[in-house]
Design a protein around this ligand. Structure first.
Ligand code: AMP
Length: 284
């Protein structure tokens, strides 16, 4: 596996792969890799000939009071995991490479960013779309893979690809979970053992919503209530939002269908976690 840190080197690598006629799959990450990230690699391998992973903790998508400086990092371990999963190259740029002095232009998301994560984290999605747009331009991937774990991010990237006419294929990969249901996340590293046990309540609440759906419940309000009541049993878990929304733009709905998304953001201690489920599928 080759490690690239500069834009000229990245472009050189991309040019060589193109000359060989190979399809390039892009997997953007912030590193501290886990099986969720590696599932994106597997999907990229299925859809392309070579996989390029990017590892960049993007400061633009962190608010001033968020966890940018303490975000977990372990590049040596990331190298090992990516390489053993068949990643051909990693792009690990510094902040100065991605945002040289004077770089001020941002990609502004549409209305789908006004609610849920976007409301809780002002500016977050402009930061996400800006870095993803840069990576799309630099790599011109044939396919780019993202996780359904960050469902609103996936929705907004799909809208950006559509609205800015990007000639690429998007793959959105189902959420990879711990055996007890907790969605894998680099931020799970912040949880102490007690918090880790309680964090399973997020996926538990989503599964509760799924069970209500399976039992014939079709009212979004009732589904939301079921999930909320489930979380109420955990007094030290603070719910930020519980969304019951359609999958295209995450607009709230009144009546649910199999494709309706139920998404949750909550704090377990100081750690902010998110998760979601497609109602008809449940937490697999
Ligand atoms: P991050 O490093 O947290 O920015 O995540 C990089 C990519 O991995 C994003 O597309 C995420 O949606 C995806 N991802 C993160 N966690 C998971 C998971 N548990 N299952 C599947 N994909 C995930």
């Amino acid at each position: 596996m080759i490690e690239l840190t500069s834009i000229p080197d990245l472009k050189g690598w991309v040019r060589s792969r193109r000359r060989e006629g190979r399809r390039i799959g892009l997997v953007p990450t912030m590193g501290f890799l886990h099986e969720g990230h590696l599932a994106l690699v597997d999907e990229a391998k299925r859809r392309a000939d070579v996989v390029l992973m990017t590892i960049f903790v993007n400061p633009l998508q962190f608010g001033p009071t968020e966890d940018l400086s303490r975000y977990p990092r372990d590049l040596a371990r990331d190298r090992r995991l990516a390489s053993s999963r068949g990643v051909e190259a990693i792009f690990v740029p510094s902040e100065a490479v991605m945002y040289p002095p004077g770089s001020e232009i941002r990609v502004i998301p549409g209305r789908s960013a006004d609610r849920w994560e976007g409301a809780a984290r002002p500016g977050h999605f402009a930061g996400v779309l800006t870095v993803v747009a840069k990576l799309f331009h630099l790599v011109e991937p044939d396919v780019a893979c993202f996780g359904r774990k960050d469902v609103q991010q996936a929705v907004l990237i799909r809208q950006m690809v559509r609205d800015l006419d990007w000639p690429l294929e998007l793959a959105v990969v189902p959420t990879v979970r711990e055996p007890d249901g907790l969605a894998l996340s680099s931020r799970n590293a912040y949880l102490d053992p007690e918090q880790r046990k309680r964090a399973v309540a997020l996926s538990g609440a989503l599964q509760e919503a799924h069970v209500a759906w399976r039992g014939g419940e079709r009212s979004a309000k009732a589904i939301e209530e079921r999930a909320r009541r489930y979380l109420d049993a955990y007094p030290d878990i603070q719910v930020e939002y519980l969304a019951v929304a359609e999958p295209e733009a995450l607009e709230p709905v009144q009546e649910v269908q199999a494709t309706t998304v139920v998404a949750v953001a909550a704090r377990v201690g100081l750690t902010r976690l998110i998760d979601n489920v497609v109602l008809g599928e449940g937490v697999a």
